[in-house]
Design a protein around this ligand. Structure first.
Ligand SMILES: Nc1nc2c(c(=O)[nH]1)N[C@H]1C(S)=C(S)[C@@H](COP(=O)(O)OP(=O)(O)OC[C@H]3O[C@@H](n4cnc5c(=O)[nH]c(N)nc54)[C@H](O)[C@@H]3O)O[C@H]1N2
Ligand SMILES: Nc1nc2c(c(=O)[nH]1)N[C@H]1C(S)=C(S)[C@@H](COP(=O)(O)OP(=O)(O)OC[C@H]3O[C@@H](n4cnc5c(=O)[nH]c(N)nc54)[C@H](O)[C@@H]3O)O[C@H]1N2
Ligand code: SF4
Ligand SMILES: [Mo]
Length: 678
């Protein structure tokens, strides 16, 4: 194995571990054994040496004085943040004793692992953790907070996370960025669009907020939240009515086009315009532009699926490229996710067979409710790669649950996060630069490897190490609980079932650093839908109680308050990561609430005023940004801000913990609020 750790000076290839579609290739510069600079790797075929500002400043996060160095135990009250240094032995012994006692009294399902993708490395996000908790027989977590509704919806249409190869969009003539703030969240797709624009491509952005991405568009189309499926159906109405569909494509590669043709007659532009707030003439203009331009490409974002109707919405938008036959045009089609091209052997990695009997599954979006449940209560939670006290909906309820005196909470993280403040035990985690792991992007087509570049910081340990130590404390005898990281990578990549991996193994990946999925044009492969084709009509959907055809269903009106509230991510944080780093906070300045000038005028709110945003779930205080960037009746904030002293910045006190229509998804963007000047 190349050992970068022992090299004191040099420049080493690496991967960005953050939950971001771009998954950039990095170059880590070391001097005297420490990282001094992080750059993009020009050799990366897609990201080509460009990285975002967030990660350019990552070095400061790695060596931040606030970074955890040793295990801590709580000495004050829950949530008070008083801790004392302890040894790893004491920490592991405490967990072991508490869990043995709990398992004896209440059974292993009283324990809940709680994690997400704070580190996208496969081993550190879904490796030995899964094996260990399966062996222990704990409750399981449905990891639904991010793309669950949308991915489920997309699968009904396309059979899985299969889309356009982004590298081919260099030749695309029309880009539609739909519910995606790509300038902040997928910058290399924007770079490709900008290149194509030099050859005449047009960029259309459909969003509820004219943010950075909206501002770079040739045409920005503001839309009312949660109404995108109506717009998509209106476009289909016109495409069929004006004979702009590709009949031969529909016949060969889809099922249900005749039913769809009939079905969309009801979505005439006038009806649709009333639903989504887009003028009738703009609906015609967009449909005709889409019908006449090839290749055309839709980047389907996560934004519009964080709604009550998010699954059906993505399923609906995903039908559009089939109507104009774009899936058989190079550079045409859509990307919601491309993750299925890079599927690894998750069964081999996670070993669900270690689970003796089926255990309950708890939806992570409902963790507040679950923690306050009196029957079969969760008595202990082990949190890693995630910061639920900030990122989950109805976060006041979550915090109330985390503060329960009888909840034994262990948090493994690099920092004393808002969640760690409630912990009984805090364990220090290594950064990805300290571990070996492999990564797969959900946007581009490359699998990548991370070799450790620096020594573990202080006494911190990787996720895989922590679960090996815990397995040992329990005296578990299964050898697979102690497999080395390299063995885990080998097992995960051994997956002949995925033809796109084409024999990829540890050696080739180590040698090449970036390995592309092999792929035939999408329409030359059998899709993983029941029919093997694009399903405009889906029997499966009908069998689970939905309309088999794409439909518009309004979002839930949860109260009578005047504004729909969209608390989206921001440019300089990554979810809550970096919200505790000085430089990133300075770049972001303050959390703003964008509102329309007509609404502001009625409420006597001026730009820069502090405003209280509230509903029956809670309240927070943000700084008003008055203008025309949102439609009347809509307010938008950006960023998951940390608990800063004296401030009330957490937007998730306001978000509903209703489940989306599909996949148990989150509905962060479907809540209503009141706004008033403080
Ligand atoms: N800088 C930065 N990058 C990130 C992240 C971050 O926090 N910061 N987070 C990462 C993660 S985990 C994810 S999942 C992705 C998410 O990145 P995206 O896929 O871009 O999704 P969001 O940013 O959630 O929302 C995208 C846009 O949807 C809009 N929107 C909300 N509701 C609607 C609607 O009903 N209709 C339409 N048309 N638009 C709507 C919002 O205004 C926003 O501009 O980004 C990743 N990258
Ligand atoms: N209002 C609102 N809320 C949202 C969203 C939104 O758009 N609006 N977006 C939602 C989405 S899409 C997502 S994906 C979630 C994301 O929410 P989270 O998954 O909680 O993501 P982060 O806030 O980045 O927290 C990740 C944590 O993992 C830690 N970490 C990083 N690497 C490691 C490691 O190797 N080991 C361990 N043990 N810990 C590590 C980091 O330090 C950080 O504290 O937030 C959701 N919440
Ligand atoms: S956060 Fe995204 S854009 Fe920034 S370096 Fe990481 S992968 Fe690249
Ligand atoms: Mo996400």
């Amino acid at each position: 194995m190349q050992d970068f750790i022992n090299e004191m000076d040099g420049v080493f290839p690496s991967v960005c571990s953050l939950d971001c579609p771009d998954q950039c290739g990095l170059l880590v510069h070391k001097k005297d054994g420490k990282i001094v600079k992080i750059d993009g790797d020009p050799a990366h075929p897609v990201t080509k040496g460009n990285i975002c500002n967030k990660v350019r400043h990552m070095t400061e996060r790695i060596y931040d004085e606030k970074r955890l160095q040793y295990p801590l135990k709580r000495v004050g009250k829950k949530g008070e943040g008083k801790f004392e240094r302890i040894s790893w032995e004491e920490a592991i012994e405490t967990i072991h004793l508490r869990w043995v006692e709990l398992i004896e009294k209440e059974g292993p399902e009283a324990i809940l692992p709680y994690s997400f993708y704070g580190n996208m490395g496969k081993l550190n996000s879904e490796g030995l953790d899964r094996r260990f908790f399966h062996r222990l027989g704990t409750s399981r977590l449905a990891r639904t907070i991010c793309n669950s509704a949308g991915s489920t919806g997309y699968r009904y249409t396309m059979g899985g996370g299969f889309g356009t190869d982004p590298e081919e969009t260099i030749d695309t003539k029309l880009f539609i960025f739909w519910g995606v703030n790509a300038v902040s969240t997928n910058m290399h797709q924007v770079a490709l669009a900008q290149k194509a624009r030099k050859n005449g491509a047009k960029i259309v952005v459909i969003d509820v907020h004219k943010n950075q991405t909206g501002r770079l568009a040739d045409w920005f189309i503001p839309i009312l939240p949660g109404t995108d499926s109506a717009l998509a159906l209106g476009l289909m109405h016109i495409l069929f009515a004006e004979n702009m569909v590709d009949e031969s494509f529909l016949e060969t590669y889809t099922v249900g086009s005749e039913e769809l043709r009939e079905h969309v007659k009801q979505y005439d532009p006038r009806t649709v315009s009333e639903i989504c707030g887009v003028p009738v003439e703009d609906i015609y203009k967009l449909a005709r532009m889409y019908g006449a331009t090839s290749p055309s490409f839709i980047r389907i974002g996560n934004g519009m699926q964080h709604h009550d109707n998010g699954g059906m919405c993505i399923r609906t938008v995903a039908c559009l490229p089939a109507l104009t036959g774009q899936w058989s045009v190079k550079g045409g089609g859509a990307i919601k996710s491309n993750s299925s091209f890079l599927d690894h052997n998750s069964e081999a990695l996670e070993r669900p067979d270690l689970l003796e009997k089926e255990t309950r599954i708890i939806n992570m979006n409902l963790i507040g409710k679950a923690l306050l449940e009196k029957e079969n209560p969760i008595r202990s939670m082990f949190v890693y790669n995630c910061n639920p006290a900030l990122v989950t909906p109805e976060v006041n309820k979550v915090r109330q649950g985390l503060a329960r005196e009888d909840l034994f909470l262990v948090v493994h993280d690099l920092f004393l996060t808002e969640t760690a403040m409630y912990a009984d035990l805090v364990l220090p985690a290594t950064s990805s630069f300290e571990n070996e792991d492999f990564y797969t992007s959900y946007w581009h087509h490359y699998t990548q490897i991370q070799k450790p570049v620096i020594e573990a910081y202080g006494e911190s340990k990787s996720n895989t190490d922590v679960f090996r130590i815990l397995a040992n404390a329990f005296g578990f005898e299964e050898e697979c609980l102690y497999d080395s990281d390299v063995d885990l990578i080998r097992q995960a990549l051994d997956y002949p079932e995925n033809p796109h991996l084409d024999g990829l193994n540890y050696e080739t990946l180590s040698e090449k650093q970036y390995v592309k999925a092999t792929r035939k044009p999408l329409m030359e492969t059998k899709l993983q839908t029941p029919s093997g084709k694009i399903e405009l009509y889906s029997e499966t959907l009908a069998s689970v109680g939905f309309s088999p055809l794409p439909t518009y269903t309004p979002i839930v009106k949860d109260n009578e308050l005047p504004f729909l509230f969209i608390p989206a991510p921001n440019h300089n944080f990554l979810n809550s990561t970096f919200s505790n780093n000085e430089k990133h906070i300075r770049l972001e300045k303050v959390p703003r609430l964008h509102l329309n000038s007509s609404d502001a005028e009625k409420l006597a709110i001026e730009d820069g005023d502090k405003v209280r945003v509230s509903n029956e779930r809670g309240e927070c205080e943000l700084v008003a940004a008055v203008g025309e960037n949102v439609l009347p009746g809509v307010v938008v904030s950006q960023g998951l801000w940390a608990d800063l002293p004296g401030e009330k910045y957490f937007v998730n006190v306001l978000t509903p913990d209703r489940e989306a229509d599909m996949g148990g998804g989150a509905t962060f963007f479907s809540g209503r609020v009141n706004v008033e000047k403080v």
